[in-house]
Design a protein around this ligand. Structure first.
Ligand code: IMP
Ligand code: MG
Length: 176
């Protein structure tokens, strides 16, 4: 197992808890989309860890695609597409896979961008939801965990690009 990061305060969800919860949510997704053409779209890089674990636990065939965003302007929600999807999504059932929905700005931008491409449907599935910090409302269809108002790392979430490869979710206090 990876060495615990400096500044790690406490483990919020263990590797076993994360894996078990992802399997549950994968079951819900399999039920909802059975018989449909489901495409999972993940945002690089944070959501990739969640996407692969979720996709393996989903019991129906899925396609996957990726996009990357980068922020500009410094204000929240000022993001643009840095790497676009490889394929169109017109007519498809799309599930946007997020690592965390925090203020909601990023998710809303992605949702609007994807909705403009005429998918058959579009849903949101997030590993973590910090709804207490929400500024703009976004419809979260599937969430693994609700988390408190603390900075977290692990399972794809980073601090200065590190700790994405932690198997668990931990509260981190970088100042310590
Ligand atoms: P939002 O636009 O405020 O919802 O921000 C979402 C993005 O901020 C996520 O995709 C993460 O990249 C980043 N983020 C928000 N909270 C955390 C955290 O606690 N740890 C690591 N990254 C975070
Ligand atoms: Mg980040």
């Amino acid at each position: 197992m990876m060495t615990a990061p400096e500044g790690l305060e406490r483990v919020l969800f263990t590797e076993e808890q994360v894996a078990a919860r992802i399997r549950e949510v994968a079951g819900e997704i399999s039920e909802k989309y059975r018989g449909r053409d489901l495409k999972l779209i993940a945002v690089l890089k944070g959501a990739v860890f969640f996407l692969t674990e979720l996709a393996r636990a989903i019991e129906i065939p899925v396609k996957i695609d990726f996009l990357a965003i980068s922020s500009f302007g410094g204000a929240p929600g000022m993001v643009r597409i840095a790497k676009d999807l490889d394929e169109p999504i017109e007519g498809e059932d799309v599930l946007l896979i997020e690592d965390i929905v925090d203020t909601g700005f990023t998710t809303r931008f992605l949702l609007q961008t994807l909705a403009g491409r005429a998918p058959r449907s579009i849903g949101i599935c997030t590993l973590l939801d910090r709804s207490i910090r929400r500024i703009v409302q976004v419809p979260v269809d599937f969430r693994c965990f609700e988390i408190p108002d603390r900075f977290v790392v692990g399972c794809g979430l980073d601090y200065k690009q590190l700790y994405r490869n932690l198997g668990y979710i931990a509260v981190m206090n970088p100042g310590k």
